[in-house]
Structures are given as C-alpha cells and as structure tokens.
Design a protein around this ligand. Structure first.
Ligand SMILES: [Zn+2]
Length: 182
C-alpha cells in the first residue's frame, strides 16, 4: 500500500517533539528507539550510502530487532529533515494535530502575536509554520545520466550492427553478381 511520504524535521526527533505513538502501527504505547535513516548519494559516478542516526517512537513490538518497523527515508536533507515512508495513518493524523496545537500555542505567545512567520528564521518557528524544503532530485540526475549513456551506447551499437550487416550484404551481393557473371 503506497502511503504519502511524510516530512519530519530533525529537531522534532531531537527534541522528541512528536506524538508518542508507534510510527509503524499507531499504537499509543510507544518508546523512543534508536533509529537510523539511510539514503543513496550519487557522487563521482558512484553510489554511496549515507546514514543519519536519531530516535523515533515505536511500540514494543516494532522496536525489537525482528520488528520490521520499515520506517525508511525516501530521501533526507542533512540540515532540515527526512521524508519518511511507511508511516501509519494514525501517526500522520496525530502529527498534523500536534503541529497545529503547537502553532496555536506559538501564536498565543505575546511576543509572537503580531509576528509575520515570513520574517522569522525557520529554526525559530514551530514545525507547522515552516516551509518544507523541496525534495532534492540529485539521485535522479545520476539515473538520467546513466539512461543517457545507455541510450548513446545503444544507438552506436545499432549503427555498428547496421553497417556491418550492410557491408556483409554488399559483399554477398557483389559475390553473387560475380558468380553469375562467371
Ligand atoms: Zn507498532
């Protein structure tokens, strides 16, 4: 089942500023569990894996070694946060509510009452008011470079095959003509 990718800021994990429920199954009884997100990086014509360690809320069942929590990153931004996959609907809904409540509390603070979120640095805003970064596409650049290279190789291959066949047909044709003339 395809679920939308959920963007979560690193500082939400770091400050444990998330609904304390299992990200995988939505169970209310969750604990913060050591976790690492992985992403592929394409550099110098090679693919590398990079890992970012943090803690995420999981229930007892999913936190275990055989829990298969499968909370993975489709990609992440080193500074800002991570696009998570396989996050349960209940967690997504609770996260939305949690962020909304934070925004409300933030706006009710006297000093922020007339503040314009656009004038404030993202790190100082509650996550619900920040602008999510655009999903980086650098892994795709490598993919398209690869595809382009593959296409060029194919075209050259086809040209070689055609010209060899053409030469062969020509030789055959000349040979048959010569034979007929004998
Ligand atoms: Zn769970």
């Amino acid at each position: 089942m395809a679920r939308p990718h959920v963007f979560i800021w690193w500082d939400e994990f770091d400050r444990q500023d998330l609904p304390c429920m299992c990200m995988r199954c939505g169970k209310k009884k969750a604990r913060w569990t050591k976790w690492s997100f992985e992403k592929g990086v394409y550099k110098n014509m090679r693919n590398y894996r990079r890992i970012r360690k943090t803690e995420i809320p999981l229930c007892e069942e999913h936190a275990g070694f055989l829990g298969f929590a499968m909370i993975t990153a489709s990609d992440y931004d080193d500074e800002k946060g991570v696009w998570t996959m396989n996050v349960h609907e209940d967690f997504q809904a609770a996260l939305k509510k949690h962020r909304k409540a934070e925004v409300k509390a933030w706006k009710e603070e006297e000093e922020n009452e007339n503040a314009d979120p656009d004038d404030i640095d993202d790190e100082k805003l509650p996550p619900g008011l920040r602008r999510e970064p655009e999903k980086p596409v650098r892994s795709k650049v490598g993919f398209f470079l690869g595809m382009g290279f593959f296409a060029v190789v194919m075209v050259i291959g086809v040209i070689i095959v055609l010209s060899v066949c053409g030469m062969f047909a020509l030789i055959l044709g000349v040979g048959m003509m010569a034979r007929r003339q004998q």
